[in-house]
Design a protein around this ligand. Structure first.
Ligand code: PLP
Length: 388
């Protein structure tokens, strides 16, 4: 992949930018650097870049341009949807629902609301990490203002039945907003908010070979949000702050490149993931967290290696130029016990035995074989010489 021929298998933490994206951003940094709010020619040119990006993303999601807002990251999109949605709807009720396996961008936003007097119901998942639409529907009450369920889990790659959950929510209470954190799913699966009853959809640029520090939020017609940033009133007053034009254009180009080839890319990712499942599954006492069939995400494989601490395996692989993460690395670099692994019933003695391998379209089948060879070589050694 680069000069040292590292094998980068931590694509759910972040991805390498597409060359075309970096080139476009560079051009905008140097040429179309105007502020889209400026009234002169440079402003108008920058504004045009933003409008084109919006059109691209809206086309992918099959929604209208005016329903998209740009943010600084997936975390901000989640926060704006949840906190902004709750604040705007609090006269109708103060109850929200989420799941125990959400990313901290959702869980911490919920905790913040809880401290402000909102009531939060946190639903569990089954042993595959799946949320049942019936359980969601049963938890919805007349005062439930918002439900947040992630599309693809960042640790084990479980893909939730979003359309079924959306339909169940709306049947139970049509006024309840449905927020979906699609940071790991966007660009890997076809996500159509209108067909899936989604009112608020959050995504991020750096998980799709776009820039870091970029996100967007889809807001359905008629949904009211209170802003969480205050300032110059950009983006209809919902999200103040000068627009990051290179980032916006780069994220939209990355999305276009991924989504125009979605079916072929999914097939390719599943083929690589299946090769890993086959090869790693041959190693004694290795198993996989969550489903390994094609109902799961094509790019995330959570591998449990009994008797080996994930951190030790991660560094041993790193010595060979292979990059993976321990459980989930995208929340912080502090070791933590994973709420997702715990929720799917991982025995406490095996809680720190899982590594996450996450793929992208930049990986190759040769890299899968090299990574599987390395794990097969390292694991017996670690089991023999390194105590847990
Ligand atoms: N949601 C999920 C599921 C994620 O995996 C991540 C990042 O890892 C985020 C939200 C946060 O996105 P960002 O890094 O753009 O803030």
């Amino acid at each position: 992949m680069n000069e040292k021929r590292d094998i980068y298998l931590d694509n759910s933490a972040t991805t390498r930018c597409f060359l075309e994206v970096a080139a476009l951003m560079n051009e905008i940094f140097l040429e179309d650097y105007g502020n889209p709010s400026s009234m002169h020619h440079r402003g108008v040119t920058a504004e045009r870049r933003v409008a084109e990006a919006k059109k691209t993303l809206a086309g992918i999601l099959k929604v209208r341009d005016k329903n998209l807002y740009f943010t600084s990251c997936g975390t901000e999109s989640d926060n704006l949807a949840i906190i902004g949605g709750a604040l705007a709807a609090q006269r109708r009720g103060k109850h929200l629902i989420t799941t125990v396996i959400e990313h901290p961008a959702v869980l911490e936003a919920m905790k913040h609301l809880e401290a402000m007097g909102f009531e939060i119901t946190r639903l569990g998942v089954d042993s595959d990490g799946l949320v049942s639409p019936e359980a969601v529907a049963a938890a919805v009450r007349p005062d439930t203002i918002l439900v947040s369920v992630m599309h693809t889990n960042n640790e084990i790659g479980a893909v939730q039945p979003i359309a079924e959950i959306g339909a169940a929510i709306k049947a139970a209470n049509p006024a309840t907003l449905f927020h979906v954190d699609a940071v790991q799913g966007f660009g890997k699966a076809l996500i159509l908010p209108k067909r899936m009853y989604i009112d608020l959809l959050a995504a991020s640029g750096h998980k799709i070979h776009g820039p870091k520090g970029m996100g967007f939020l889809y807001v359905a017609d008629g949904v009211r949000l209170e802003p969480i940033l205050f300032g110059g009133g950009q983006q209809d007053g919902l999200r103040s702050g000068t627009l990051n034009v290179p980032g916006i254009a780069g994220m939209a180009l990355a999305a276009k490149m991924l989504c125009s080839n979605l079916d072929a890319d999914r097939e390719n990712l599943f083929a690589m993931k299946n090769r890993l499942i086959e090869r790693l599954g041959e190693i004694p006492d290795v198993c996989f967290n969550g489903r390994t069939d094609e109902t799961a995400a094509p790019h995330i494989l959570s591998v449990r290696v009994r008797g080996v601490r994930a951190e030790v395996l991660l560094h041993a692989l790193e010595d060979k130029g292979i990059y993976v993460s321990a459980g989930s690395a995208c929340a912080s670099n502090r070791p933590h016990l994973s709420a997702t692994l715990s929720a799917i019933g991982t025995p406490s003695s095996e809680m720190d035995n899982s590594i996450r391998i996450s793929l992208s379209v930049m990986n190759t089948m040769e890299e899968m074989d090299a990574a599987a060879d390395a794990v097969a070589e390292i694991v017996p050694f670690l089991r023999k010489f390194v105590r847990r």
